[in-house]
Unconditional design. Sequence first.
Length: 237
Amino acid sequence: MRLGHGGGPSAGGRAEQAAERIAGLARNREPGARLGTKNELRALCGVSVSTFNEALRLLQARGLVTVRPGPGGGLFAAEQSPIVRLGNSVLALDADETTVAEAIRIRDALDPLLVEDALWHASPADIAEMRAIVDEMGRSADAGDATAFVHANWRLHHRIAETSRHVLLRSLYTSLLDLIESHTLSVLPDGARPLPPYLRERHRLHADLVDAIAAHDRAAAVRLIHEHSPVKQEAAP
């Protein structure tokens, strides 16, 4: 636990505790179930408005809750895809989780732009290197080695980004990847489903994505990057 100057939990620590308490409620409810209003949940956690807002930002960045305005609104348990569970449950981090969660969210939003660039600019040599990394992902998946799989996954995305001619986009994306990877200690099974079949499914998706890039098949690439996205697109509250 992080401590503030007075020896008690810091504001960030209180926000994390509040987020964990609400996350526990969300995990025990069906997707779409109402957890309560903001005021009700803030009172339950016993935190200030600013601390609760920080906790809410953490929960939304991790794809655990959705917020709906108006009568009958409040916080609702989000429907999570397997990759959201992977991101929430198996990354052991040594950094401020808020910073890393933000980096993951921004990186995911940039993925379609990088894939679009790769469709136009990836050379046969680029494709060959991507496929070599995909093969490494396949070997890790077969071995059930989630840590090796995730690191190979990041190398693949780094390699895709290198094909972009947009210096600012490429630099921002690779910096985000470096931040995420440098603060990830390990990847552990979360028990939600058998790990090797899940990793093989993700391997297939990335292999198909590289094939789409090689074939300049934009429709397939768009579909695959949408499948790849760990958070379903929702209407803004």
